[in-house]
Design a protein around this ligand. Structure first.
Ligand SMILES: [Fe+2]
Length: 372
C-alpha cells in the first residue's frame, strides 16, 4: 500500500507540474508550439512505457512509482489536451471574453485532473483482478477432449497481493482442469523469501497436477540491481517441489495416451536450454509446448500439430507497447499460427514493476482441446 500511496503522490506532483509548465501556452494562442508540445507528449508516452517495461535498467526496479506517475500524468494530460482542442474550436465560433478565457484555463486543469485520475483508476482496476480466458482448439492428434489451465507472470509478492493469488486458485479449482501449467515468472527480483514461500504455499491449494516451467525472472537474474537475491535457486526449487509441482526443463511428460507436454527451459538461460531440434519426444500424441517466452522461431516452425503456450509479454502491459511489439513483428497477445503450431501468448496474471495495466486484462487461460 506504501508503494501505491507514493505513486499517487508522484502522479499529483507530475500532473501539476505538467499543467503549470503549459500554462503560458494555454494563456496565449501559439497553435504551432501547442501542436509541437502535443506531439512531444504523445511520443513521451510510449518512450516512458518502453523505458519502464522493456529496458532492463535499475530505475525500472527501484523507481517504478515515479516512472508510473510520469506515464499516467502524460496519458491524462494528452487526453485532456484533445478535449481542450475541441473546446477551443467550439469557442472560436462564439464571442469570448477575458472571463471565459480564465474559465477555459480552469476547465483545462479540471480536465487534466479527471483524465489523470481516470487513467490511474482504470489501470489500477485492470490490474487488481485476474479473469479467465477460454481457448478452444482442435487437433487431429487428440483422441478425446482435454482441458487444462495455464497461468504465467504472476510476479507474486511485489505487484500482486497474495489474496489475488488465492482467488486465482479458487477460480482454477472450480473448473476442474486435468492439469495446470505454471508458465514462469511466478515470482521475481522484487519478491522476498517470505513472499516466495507464501506464493507457493497458496498455489499448493491447486487440486490438479501442476507442471512448472521457469521464466526469465523466477531465479532473480537482475537481483544485483536491487540489493541482491532474496532466495537461492535451491530454496526456490524446494518451494516449488514442496508444493507438489513437477519442474520441467526441456523435459517431456505423458499426460494421457494422446497428450504429451514439453516444458522448456527459459531462453534467457543461454546454453542451459536445449535446441528444439535436439529434443526427441519419446511419446505419441498431441504435443503441448509450455515455453515462457514466445520467440523460438525454430520451435514455432514445427510441422506436426502442436500447441505452444507462452506468456512473458504481459500483452504490453502499458499502452501502446502492444502495438510497438506488433510493429516489431513480435507476438504480444492472443493466438498466432506458425506452420503446424498454434501459439497462444497470454497477457499473464500479474504485472511487472507497477500495479498498473493499461493493455488488456490480467488473465489465466482455460484451454479445451477437442479431437478434429
Ligand atoms: Fe518474463
Amino acid at each position: 500500500m506504501e508503494g501505491v500511496f507514493s505513486m499517487i503522490v508522484w502522479t499529483v506532483v507530475v500532473a501539476v507540474m505538467l499543467y503549470v509548465i503549459q500554462l503560458p501556452l494555454r494563456r496565449k494562442a501559439h497553435p504551432r508550439i501547442r501542436t509541437a508540445v502535443f506531439v512531444i507528449k504523445m511520443l513521451l508516452i510510449p518512450a516512458t512505457a518502453l523505458l519502464f517495461v522493456a529496458v532492463d535498467w535499475p530505475a525500472a526496479y527501484l523507481h517504478g512509482d515515479i516512472l508510473t506517475a510520469i506515464y499516467i500524468a502524460l496519458c491524462g494530460d494528452v487526453v485532456s489536451s484533445i478535449v481542450e482542442y475541441a473546446v477551443r474550436r467550439i469557442r472560436e465560433t462564439v464571442k469570448h471574453t477575458e472571463k471565459s478565457h480564465i474559465c477555459l484555463l480552469g476547465l483545462c486543469g479540471v480536465l487534466a485532473a479527471l483524465c489523470t485520475a481516470g487513467v490511474f483508476i482504470g489501470g489500477w482496476a485492470d490490474a487488481s483482478s485476474i479473469s479467465r480466458t477460454d481457448l478452444d482448439i482442435t487437433s487431429d492428434r487428440a483422441a478425446k477432449a482435454h482441458t487444462f489451465a495455464f497461468v504465467s507472470d504472476i510476479h507474486g509478492g511485489d505487484a500482486h497481493p497474495v489474496d489475488i493469488i488465492r482467488d486465482l486458485c479458487r477460480q482454477m479449482n472450480e473448473q476442474s482442469p486435468e492439469f495446470v501449467i505454471l508458465g514462469g515468472d511466478i515470482t521475481d527480483e522484487m519478491t522476498s523469501y517470505e513472499e516466495m514461500t507464501e506464493v507457493y504455499r497458496i498455489l499448493s491449494e491447486l487440486e490438479a497436477p501442476v507442471y512448472f516451467v521457469y521464466g526469465n525472472h523466477d531465479r532473480q537474474p537482475g537481483a544485483q540491481r536491487v540489493g541482491g537475491r532474496t532466495y537461492t535457486d535451491e530454496e526456490l526449487k524446494s518451494a516449488i517441489e514442496g508444493a507438489g509441482f513437477t519442474i520441467l526443463k526441456d523435459d517431456y511428460v505423458q499426460i494421457d495416451e494422446d497428450l504429451v507436454l514439453l516444458g522448456r527451459e527459459d531462453v534467457s538461460r543461454g546454453e542451459e536450454r536445449s535446441r528444439y531440434a535436439d529434443l526427441t519426444c519419446p511419446y505419441e500424441g498431441m504435443l503441448i509446448v509450455a515455453d515462457h517466452q514466445p520467440y523460438d522461431e525454430e520451435q514455432l516452425a514445427e510441422e506436426v500439430s502442436t500447441l505452444q503456450i507462452s506468456g512473458h509479454s504481459h500483452a504490453g502491459q502499458l499502452f501502446p507497447l502492444q502495438a510497438v511489439y506488433r510493429i516489431l513483428g513480435l507476438p504480444a497477445y492472443g493466438s498466432f499460427r506458425y506452420a503446424g503450431t498454434q501459439l497462444y501468448v497470454s497477457s499473464g496474471a500479474g504485472l511487472w514493476g507497477t500495479p498498473i495495466r493499461t493493455e488488456e486484462r490480467c488473465e489465466w487461460v482455460l484451454v479445451t482441446i477437442r479431437p478434429e
